[in-house]
Design a protein around this ligand. Structure first.
Ligand code: GDP
Length: 356
């Protein structure tokens, strides 16, 4: 499964956030035999449609889609030179498919700030500089190797072109993700600043309820997505029943928990979408890459569904809920039979027809 790596300077609240993520533990609840690495936190993707489907189909249980987060300890100033847990850190972050960077916005005199004071802009620059330096080192090593390969006709010249363009961008202080350079020829390098980023501002209640302050922080990271949360409150929310949690959230001016926001934005940043299935056993969301076609979507349930794919019977969620049952949706002409070139849409409720 695709994962999002959590990074950030020490003392910004990563462990606090990560504990909240792991306490949530949807996997343990739904897949009791799944083994989870200790540094992985799995959260469910909030989707109110599943509850509705479960009502229509009298489903015994609900299985939401999930998003996995990996705790990547160890970024400090100098990480790109092997400072701290430098090398291990770089290896872990390279494996992540997207990065959630936690930035401290809370003030607390009891919690030391490693860079001397709470300054989100400065912290972002420190981390981004380390990541850019790491990428520069990777490229400086790779370019001579690629040049040799191109000379020996073992590689396409586009490889050298992309690597040189990337190096130039980094030297100008541009993150690769916002450079506009096509990095597909050098994807194997796992360049850190080319990954999609989410910024998680760990802030006080005063900032959570202050739209102007949030807009200023958002501007620092645009066009990347920003999530605002209070990691301490998030870890308290997890232990509350839904009503009390909603009340606590409302008291901080929010209608969705930070973890839910993070799951939603993380899922989107990974380039994923869901489709839905429903029956008396379960109402379930399945994860597919955005733009996947029907057979590929079927393959997520079972490889046989993909191999023997015939048709997908698709009803949009809204039509199905309006009709109140599949039979009624069919008689209203709302059930479509789609073939192998059908591009799945968000909110499709699907039943696959296949040969085996
Ligand atoms: P890490 O080094 O980034 O993993 O940071 P920790 O999660 O260990 O947090 C460092 C300290 O800051 C701990 O004492 C936390 O209790 C505290 N802390 C974390 N999040 C918040 C927050 O949102 N508000 C306040 N006031 N303290 C926090």
């Amino acid at each position: 499964a695709l994962t999002i790596g959590i990074v950030g300077l020490p003392n910004v609240g990563k462990s606090t956030l990560f504990n909240a993520l792991t306490k949530n533990d949807v996997l343990a609840a739904n897949y009791p035999f799944a083994t989870i690495e200790p540094n992985v936190g799995v959260v469910s993707l909030p989707d109110p449609r599943l509850g509705k489907l479960a009502e229509v189909f009298h489903s015994e249980r609900i299985l939401p889609a999930t998003v996995s987060f990996v705790d990547i300890a160890g970024i400090v100033r100098g990480a790109s030179e092997g400072e701290g847990l430098g090398n291990q850190f770089l290896a872990n972050i390279r494996e992540a498919d997207a990065i959630a960077q936690v930035v401290r916005g809370f003030t607390d005199d009891d919690v030391v700030h490693v860079e001397g004071g709470v300054n989100p802009k400065n912290d972002l620059e420190t981390i981004n500089a380390e990541l850019m330096l790491a990428d520069l080192q990777t490229l400086e090593k790779a370019i001579p190797r690629y040049e040799k390969e191109v000379k020996g006709k073992k590689a396409d010249p586009s490889v050298v072109e992309a690597a040189v363009a990337a190096k130039d961008a980094l030297e100008r202080g541009v993150l690769l993700a916002s450079s506009g350079i096509d990095l597909t020829p050098i994807r194997e390098l796992g360049l850190l600043t080319a990954k999609p980023y989410i910024y998680v501002f760990n802030v006080d209640e005063t900032v959570l309820t202050d739209a102007t302050a949030k807009a200023a922080l958002e501007e620092l990271v645009a066009p990347a997505h920003a999530v605002f949360l209070d990691a301490k409150i998030e870890s308290e929310l997890i232990d509350l029943d839904p009503e009390d949690a909603a009340e606590l959230l409302a008291s901080t001016g929010q209608d969705e928990s930070g973890l839910d926001q993070l799951a939603r934005i993380g899922f989107e940043t990974l380039g994923l979408q869901t489709y839905l299935t429903a029956g008396p056993k379960e109402a379930r969301a399945w994860t597919i890459p955005r733009g996947a076609k029907a057979p590929q979507a079927a393959g997520v349930i079972h490889t046989d569904f993909e191999k023997g794919f015939i048709k997908a019977e698709v009803i949009s969620f809204d039509d199905l809920v309006d009709a109140g049952s599949i039979v009624e949706a069919r008689s209203r002409g709302k059930a479509r039979l789609e073939g192998k070139d059908y591009v799945m849409r968000d909110g499709d409720v699907v039943e696959f027809r296949f040969n085996n």
